[in-house]
Design a protein around this ligand. Sequence first.
Ligand code: G6P
Length: 373
Amino acid sequence: ASAEKGGFASFMDKEIHDQPQAVADTLLGRLDTEGRLTLDEMHIDENVLKSVDKIVVIACGTAAYAGQVAKYAIEHWCRIPTEVELAHEFRYRDPVVTEKTLVVAISQSGETMDTIMAVRHARQQGAKVIAICNTFGSTIPRESDAALYTHAGPEIAVASTKAFLSQVVACYLLGLYLAQLRGNKFRDEIATILAELQTIPEKIQHILDEKKSQVLALADRNQDVGSVLFLGRHVGYPVAMEGALKLKELAYIHAEGFAAGELKHGPIALIDEGQLVIIVVPSKRGRDSLHAKVISNIQEVRARGANTVVIAEEGDEEVDQFASEVIFVPETTTLMAPLLTTVPLQIFAMELATAKGLDVDQPRNLAKSVTVE
Ligand code: G6P
């Protein structure tokens, strides 16, 4: 087994380190030499994609957080209303689905029964279903109208890491492809976005090479925490929820991810002396005044005694004064940031669990693929 782990202490550790490759492989062969997207492999009628008036992303667990990240990008690029729903909720609430609805089912395994049932329901209502899946020939892609595979390679650890980043990338490719087909974006804009996407593997590698030891030390110092709050805004919000999920799954620590703007509407009541709060800060070059708003959230929790750990972009000096600790990640665009900011959160959860003596590959009570409803 140690050979299979490639010298890493666990499959999880290996899979976190596989991420630059997983992202690169998911991009591979999908861009032509002129930087245009070619997703002919989906074998889906372009006219169907041109007539879509709503997108519904269905998934469970980490895959659903990938969908939530993708919603921000797809709506921005394609101007198609996009919802994200947990598959088991979608299936049993009589959702509005028509022939013009594109359902995107995200699943690493392709065997999650909740997601399979939702796919069947959507197709019965006449929707077209595209599967984003990591397992060739599994049930979900077989039962869908088309498949766009993530090329993360086998994921063994129960909690998902490299599949998550690959799912975000595949969703982005799908979103850009729809924008390209429907003429929502100029060709050079799409090429610019794709060029940024192609820089992501080396930026993830940079985090693994340069930031891992800082995150390990941080986790070791915090192994006795009773609860952790994660805050983020815009695409940082699903990243916060994914960071919290990793900590629950791996370290059995109560954790919650909140939209930073929601803090004042309730969660701030949870803050007292020593509460660990991890904040994902949006890029300064990003939208409007989001950066300033999240900085003031850091101040607010800090003023109430929180221990503030901040994930921010390199060169962001403003965060330093309010943070107990800053983990800097390389610069990228607002929409690409989740592909970087998620990585320290994965390492943090893995190390905290390891420090507590837990089995990070096989957490208690969880299964890699949940094949019952
Ligand atoms: C299980 C796993 C999670 C995973 C979820 C969805 O609950 O423990 O890690 O995110 O299923 O799995 P899927 O294979 O559909 O992506």
